[in-house]
Design a protein around this ligand. Structure first.
Ligand SMILES: Nc1ncnc2c1ncn2[C@@H]1O[C@H](COP(=O)(O)OP(=O)(O)O)[C@@H](O)[C@H]1O
Ligand SMILES: [Mg+2]
Length: 348
């Protein structure tokens, strides 16, 4: 197993700085996600760790071994890095059976036949494909094909497993169960994982820590609760989970939020003037009219387990997710009470 150190790594493609001064350490046996919108540099960063791409600047260590350093002229090729990798597209070979696909990395290492068979069967058991070894990929579902790719990435017992949006081609239900499976597998094997995704729910559910990226730059590194509850900036608050933004004004006595008729303490370093207040829908409770703040219902959508409300208050709109049965009698145009607890403040 291995600790990964990424030190000030930058990757330039012509005019595009795909990754800009990326600094992070992934602990031995840790599950770390790189999360960010499409095009923010996640794949490029992962490919540099794998050795499919050379950094323009910076250094990458896998364990104690320096594997990439343009300044020192060091570059270790992917096959010498002890990594397993799974891509978004299943990338299994269509003409090979499941067994042949998974055993391939061992075959090119020149291991004896019986050892290849033992280890391949073990990897197939790990991903619950024991009975399907002789099938061709075309005879498998998408989820099963992705398990083949996972088994192939694990068969050589790599120190580091790199996963690039491995679940994005699967349907929603399967995606959720595979999250759980991958996490269980990682815990069982103790392998270090770097997991790339644009899906915040996926990153939250699986990761020990999340590296949040935008436009090539790291915005925050923290565990799921930290990035959700104390996002470093407005962009992250918006990207991770649902959030309402309201106008606010920072002054001598604190930050005033006109729509909520409330003044809260200013966070350290906030300049006077325009600011933004952010409220998660779960921090707003509905109440009978006359209780708490008064808003006007704009719209309600029934979601089955909950109702998604849009409520106008002080010229701004709040989104509130409330239990389905509550406040059934209130509808568009009517007044309703609101109780807001936690508010986050960011620079405008
Ligand atoms: N081989 C390449 N040549 C030129 N530009 C590239 C190449 N690979 C990626 N890019 C650019 O780098 C940026 C980051 O891409 P990528 O790492 O694929 O993002 P993500 O995986 O977060 O969607 C994008 O602007 C993309 O167009
Ligand atoms: Mg990508």
């Amino acid at each position: 197993m291995a600790e990964i150190k990424i030190q000030s790594v930058t990757k330039q493609f012509g005019d595009v700085k795909a990754v800009d001064n990326f600094v992070a350490t992934v602990g031995d046996g840790e599950f770390v996600s790189i999360l960010g919108p499409s095009g923010c540099g996640k794949t490029t960063m992962l490919r540099m760790v794998a050795g499919f791409e050379k950094p323009t600047a910076g250094e990458i260590y896998i364990g104690d071994k320096l594997v990439s350093s343009p300044a020192k002229g060091i570059f270790v090729p992917p096959e010498k890095r002890s990594i397993g990798m799974v891509f978004q597209s299943y990338a299994v070979w269509p003409h090979m059976t499941v067994f042949e696909n998974v055993g391939y990395p061992l075959k090119i290492k020149g291991l004896p036949k019986h050892e290849i068979a033992d280890r391949t069967n073990k990897a197939l058991e790990l991903v619950h494909l024991g009975g399907l070894a002789q099938r061709l990929p075309s005879q498998l579902s998408g989820g099963q094909q992705q398990r083949v790719a996972l088994a192939r990435a694990l068969v050589a017992e790599p120190d580091l497993l790199l996963l690039d949006e491995p679940l994005s081609n699967l349907d929603a239900k399967l995606r959720e169960s595979m999250r759980f499976e991958i996490k269980e597998l990682q815990k069982k094997l103790g392998v270090t994982v770097i997991y790339v995704t644009h899906d915040q729910a996926e990153a939250m559910a699986m990761s020990d820590r999340i590296i949040v990226m935008n436009a090539g730059v790291i915005h925050q590194i923290g565990n799921p609760a930290e990035v959700y509850e104390t996002p470093a900036d407005k962009t992250i608050a918006d990207f991770i989970g649902l959030v309402n933004f309201l106008r606010a004004e920072a002054g001598e006595g604190g930050v005033t939020i006109p729509a909520l008729g409330r003044t809260v303490p200013a966070p350290a370093g906030l300049a006077a003037g325009q600011a933004v207040a952010a409220v998660r829908p779960e921090h707003i409770a509905l109440a009978a009219p006359g209780q708490g703040l008064t808003g006007t219902v704009v719209h309600k959508s029934y979601l089955g387990d909950a109702v998604d409300w849009r409520i106008e208050i002080g010229g701004e709109e709040l989104r509130v997710i409330a239990p389905a049965a509550a406040f059934n009698e209130y509808g568009p145009g009517g007044q309703i009470g609101l109780e807001v607890d936690k508010v986050m403040i960011f620079p405008a």
